[in-house]
Design a binder for this molecule. Structure first.
Ligand SMILES: C[S@@+](CC[C@H](N)C(=O)[O-])C[C@H]1O[C@@H](n2cnc3c(N)ncnc32)[C@H](O)[C@@H]1O
Length: 237
């Protein structure tokens, strides 16, 4: 995906830390309410440019893991006080457990049941007994809606705007497709357009619950303020 590779340095103009303030406050409340005592250490899988972590780090000691070294570099610049590790959420083994594990939109890149299962098991393995894992998929099968939206920001003399267009070419499989048309304006005012196509995972709620239970979690779902169905999974104490 170009967005997390050759375009990673543009990430703060694609998705700015300020956009995440309200969401991150909500995630912090969910994590805090779900376990006693409240979590101190949090592992984030697929932490990307570190926009959630930027807000969460004042409440928790964050360890940030991402597949992309370029995205980790963006996050390190924003969150120099956090531990950063390169790794794949399907195979990661840090050899230690955290009070909580958080997986935001990066979970959408699990496109098969085997991948989703592996990521859930990684979360379980890194979650202490009595701890909690929070999974925040953009959608589950039941509430997927094909949509178009746009966004982007100005900054450091450069600007970015994008159009995001989702659709599900084959409702019988476990994926859908998101196409991005990204317009980049450099400091001279010249623009170029990049097309990036992402395949994302789409699973029924019952499949999520089954995988979470089979991994060892005690899961429940919650509908958040943004209409997403999210999964709060306790590791038995
Ligand atoms: C939309 S970005 C995450 C942004 C993040 N929510 C934030 O707060 O900045 C998605 C990230 O998922 C990462 N990713 C995709 N597949 C992954 C995998 N298997 N393991 C770890 N990270 C992965 C990508 O490298 C990318 O940085």
């Amino acid at each position: 995906m170009k967005l997390y590779d050759e375009l990673a340095e543009w990430w703060p103009l694609f998705s700015a830390p300020a956009d995440y303030e309200e969401e991150a406050a909500f995630f912090a409340r969910v994590l805090t309410d779900a376990s006693t005592p409240a979590p101190r250490t949090v592992l984030e899988l697929g932490s990307g440019g570190g926009n959630n972590a930027f807000h969460l780090k004042s409440k928790f000691e964050m360890t940030l893991v991402d597949l992309s070294p370029q995205m980790l570099a963006v996050s390190r610049a924003l969150n120099p006080e956090c531990e950063h590790r390169e790794g794949d959420m399907r195979t990661l083994n840090l050899g230690r457990a955290f009070d909580a594990v958080f997986v935001h939109d990066a979970i959408m890149y699990m496109t098969s049941v085997a991948d989703l299962d592996a990521a859930i098991r990684t979360a379980y393995q890194h979650c202490r007994a009595g701890g909690v894992a929070l999974f925040v998929p953009d959608c589950v099968k039941e509430n997927f809606v094909a949509k178009t939206r746009h966004g982007g920001h100005d900054g450091d003399g450069r600007s970015l705007r994008y159009l995001e267009w989702t659709f599900d070419p084959d409702p019988a499989d476990t994926t859908y497709r998101t196409d991005f048309a990204i317009v980049l304006r450099d400091r001279r005012g010249d623009t170029r357009i990049v097309h990036d196509s992402h395949i994302e995972g789409l699973f029924p709620r019952a499949e999520w619950m089954r995988l979470l239970r089979e991994a060892g979690f005690e899961p429940r779902t919650l509908t958040d303020h943004w209409g997403r169905e999210i999964f709060v999974a306790k590791s038995p104490g």
